[in-house]
Design a protein. Structure first.
Lengths: 196, 183
């Protein structure tokens, strides 16, 4: 069975995104998008509402296009597990400015709290390490988040993957905008790209 | 024959080079791929170009999400794959229509012309429909001399009109796969 962890996901993401500077953030569908939105609306956020398994690759595309900006993908264990191959792709490409933060409650939270592979024993930071991502860690407390927050501002020491062990308690939804065209254009405008 | 005409003739016969030059003229700066023999020259050209971020994928839908991210960051991306990979992309293509992301993919066909491997046929036959049900516009490249024209039209449609476009490169044009090694 999954172990019990106490770190509140909203507290963790809020601390991670405090004083974010130039950071660009992509959130995986479901609770991770709610967490990123609840931490504070920002035009440098791109919330996924679908495309399960794609968050890390969206982040890679941004990271390669914007090599001078730190980029964080904030997603859940289920979302990352569906796109687990993308960890190999990211490891091969070695984007120094990309950090993947997996909020791991060991469950598929959006669909009825079924145990995920992570909850059944898979360790995404070990998988990431085996894929070739040199900087991996497990975080269980807010001090770990604060340490990661500072490190992920660096644009040349990545890619990194952090598995954040969060509590599996219910958290009320906080719903970001769902209009994809709006989110896309807002994100690009924030980078100084004209909407034509 | 003058140099420009000779260059044009060489390009029409070397259709991967014509594709590469056309993508460059449209400012494509990211290319991702799951390899296919038919794409091997274009993949080499891409890897040899320091102005293009070239990314090898474990599965094709990664390239769909990568293309979306590239656009978010202000870059133009192209995905190269074989027809068997199109089926892997179906759900991820919804990301593109939800956000009206420009998307251009070049698909080398299997299972349609003188196919030796029956396991390629089902997905090859379903490839155009699998793209179309997700809203992707399908163009066909059948003749090497049309490569520049078709890729240019597709790139305009994708990057200037925010459409999702696939070019299916015919198996007849790529040529039969050799199944026995020359002795």
């Amino acid at each position: 069975m999954a172990q019990n962890f106490t770190l509140d996901r909203r507290d963790a993401v809020k601390a991670l995104l405090a004083d974010r500077g130039d950071l660009l953030a992509v959130s995986g569908l479901g609770s991770s998008s709610y967490d990123v939105f609840a931490a504070g609306e920002h035009p440098g956020n791109f919330y996924l509402w679908g495309a399960m398994g794609g968050a890390a690759m969206v982040g890679l595309g941004i990271a390669l296009a914007q090599p001078k900006r730190p980029v964080a993908v904030i997603t859940g264990d289920g979302e990352q597990l569906m796109g687990v191959g993308s960890l190999l792709t990211i490891a091969a490409k070695k984007p120094g400015n990309l950090t993947i933060v997996v909020l791991d409650n060991g469950h598929f939270g959006e669909t009825g709290m079924q145990l995920s592979h992570s909850g059944l024993g898979a360790r995404l930071e070990v998988i990431a390490s085996g894929a070739g991502i040199a900087s991996v860690r497990e975080i269980t407390d807010i001090e770990g988040i604060i340490s990661l927050r500072a490190e992920m501002q660096s644009i040349d020491a990545g890619p990194r993957l952090a598995r954040v062990r969060i509590a599996s308690d219910h958290v009320d939804r906080a719903l970001p905008p769902r209009d994809g065209v709006f989110l896309k254009n807002r994100f690009r405008q924030n980078l100084g790209i004209a909407v034509t | 024959m003058d140099i420009a005409a000779r260059d044009q003739l060489a390009t029409s016969q070397d259709w991967p080079l014509a594709i590469y030059r056309t993508l460059k003229s449209f400012g494509v700066s990211q290319i991702s791929y799951v390899p296919d023999a038919g794409h091997s020259r274009l993949i080499e050209l891409s890897h040899g170009d320091s102005a293009i971020e070239t990314t090898v994928l474990t599965t094709e839908e990664e390239g769909v999400a990568l293309s979306a991210g590239a656009w978010l960051g202000g870059s133009r991306a192209v995905l190269l794959m074989q027809s068997s990979g199109v089926g892997n992309c179906v759900n991820m293509l919804s990301l593109l229509s939800s956000c009206r992301f420009p998307f251009l993919t070049l698909v080398t066909m299997r299972g349609e012309w003188a196919e030796f491997n029956p396991w390629q046929v089902a997905m090859g036959k379903a490839t155009p429909q699998a793209l179309e049900i997700m809203g992707v516009t399908v163009l066909r490249l059948e003749r090497p001399e049309e490569a520049e024209d078709i890729v240019s039209a597709a790139a305009s449609l994708a990057f200037e009109s925010d459409q999702q476009v696939a070019i299916l490169i015919s198996q007849r044009m790529i040529g039969r796969k050799k199944w026995t090694e020359a002795k």
